[in-house]
Design a protein. Sequence first.
Length: 430
Amino acid sequence: MNKYFKLEKNDTNIRTEVTAGFTTFLTMVYIIFVNPGILQAAGVPFDQVFMATIISAGLGTLIMALFANYPIALAPGMGLNAYFATIVGAQGLSYQSVFGTVFLAGILFILLSLTKVRETLIEAIPTSLKFGITAGIGLFIAFLGLRMSGIVVANPENLVSLGDLIQPITLLSIVGLLVTLILIALEVKGALFLGMIFTGITGFFTGHLEFQNGFFSLPPTPVFFDLDIASVFSQGLYAIVFVFLLITLFDTTGTLIGVSEQAGLMQDGKLPNAKSAFMADAVATTVGSTFGTSPSTAYVESASGVGAGGRTGLTSLVVALLFFAAMFFSPVVEAVANLSAITAPVLIIVGFYMMQGLAQIEWKNFIEAFPTFAIILTMPLTSSIATGIAVGFITYPLLKLIKGQGKEVHWILYVFAVLFIIQLTFFPMH
């Protein structure tokens, strides 16, 4: 195992990787229950999506672990599932037809992953944008943690405001955050995971973590190929295929760059084994559609595992195995996932870790710095990684052209800038 995952080379060990795997899983396990809830509104049976979510997440993460050797987990993407439900509801399409668009988008992903398009894209992205993507994702997940904990709440006048800090879940989140910060300050190994354990135990004794449905249940029977590919062509649903393709492409690419930068896995601006990493989400999206779920993407919550010390595919292997095991322990997983105070502190702290690359930005160079700022600003405010990347990809080549430095920009950035302008104008994903 040490040789296969290159643990010593990456300055890690089995214990650290396993801890990191548990940490990542606990921060993203909510998708097992949230995803079926969203797609159920589009008419897809809950049990079907439950199994499809586990299968696509487990398979995609397993490929990432065994072939790419990255501590990055995959699962059906938040936002993409809401877009899926919106299409079915607003346009009156059957969910089988929309699954057909997801399947075709997945096939296109696989074809793109066999080429060097996505690798070329990573190499073409300027350093300033890469650090901007990393920091933007950091703010995105920190803000998510603040919302999950109730520390900040929605406010019609100011978008958000300070929440009621003495509410039980919010108070438990703050206590868990403080304990975790103390463990980190004392340089305790596995501080993030230990903080989650402490919060979970505290939640159990205060009555907030309950196992009302027991601990074990048999998984539902999976449903296979409940989709309609022919209707994609007969109804001309090509725009939907394009949106799924474009959003998932940049969601995954952005997360891969951000988390890999945080883990120190990028080498001279390049991502080793990039083709295998891209193939993981392509296969997960394609297979997921055949079982009944929306497109998969790399999860920003993987940064929590990296923050706990995860550096190799062994972290992802642990996550994949836990996903597959979750189909038998759904009552336990549901109980933990429903107590947001366990995972919220981790997301807040990891958000901080992902901001550190900003020290390398040339802030006095407006042309380089403003697109970075635009990404950082847009990601958390729109709750969309892909939208933040789109804004950066549009403003960077535009400012370079105006400055007379257009030749310094890789041609592929111009192509995607045009595609993003079209996507944001005609096919926005809210």
